[in-house]
Design a protein around this ligand. Sequence first.
Ligand SMILES: [Zn+2]
Length: 318
Amino acid sequence: MQNKAFHRLLSQLKKLTPTQTKQLQNHIKQKCSIKTIEEVTGFADNCPHCGSTIFYKWGVRSGIQRYKCIACNKTFNTLTKTPLARLRHKEVWKKYAQDLINGITIEKSAEHCKVANRTSFRWRHRMLEASQDVKAKKLHGIVELDETHFLKSEKGNHNLDREPHKRGGWAKQGQYTPVLIARDRNGNMTDAVLRNSQDGTISEVMLELLDRRDVLLCSDSKSSYRSFALMFDFEHETINAGKEHTRGIYHVQNVNAYGSRLKRWLVRFHGVSTKYLDSYLGWMRIIDTQKGLTADDLLRLIARHREEKKIFPPLTRI
Ligand SMILES: [Zn+2]
């Protein structure tokens, strides 16, 4: 806007009614917040459709700069093909991201950010899509393994023909979902929901992370660890928890401690639906491994996640 026109606009402000002033205030507040979001997530550096770096500006939509790619002729913005694409109410994303860091429930976040529960649910699961990649891609040296178990839950699954949940008593075998936690001594960690606790399921989630020549496995004496090590020829030290907690440098205290922190953290959600357990594991990984994470950092992390292009470096904590 030219200077002269801007001053003309300013001179018009005194004619506004109190309601119009309020509307203008809200509009400016929203515009400022949106700008901040784009500054946080960064500006486009390539076309998310074809990867080309040759594109030009193509107007502004929903407060975000739009671009048009010369190579494929498609339009995009900095959030296209990220978990944040086409989500509304950008002005409260930062607040919502801070709630994620603080481990706030869907309902409380909805209330805090003044959005519907349904919106809060959608945002949570969209934002946590990115966390699926926030895990070590390789583990080195002494690798501790431990399994922890979560009661299977159909929370959120409606219209299911099932027996009502009986409170109290012990759950039967098969009513638990096993989660494998693995961590090396450099702080690289990962976890994964196992199909079951039988021998053979560990290789499905761990094999590609481990190099036989570089790794020594450390676990309790459960048969599934022994058979995995034997089958794929890994060096393996077992700790018999009934008799000893450590044997020299061999122990599983880091994975045990993580498992305990995870269980304590999940208590606030009063039972997590098994189908979303993976998302919650990712959520905890982000919080636990990224100390000092700010809402801006988290939004940047999410906005860098693209459907077809996984660009997260493995997380480390030394
Ligand atoms: Zn393109």
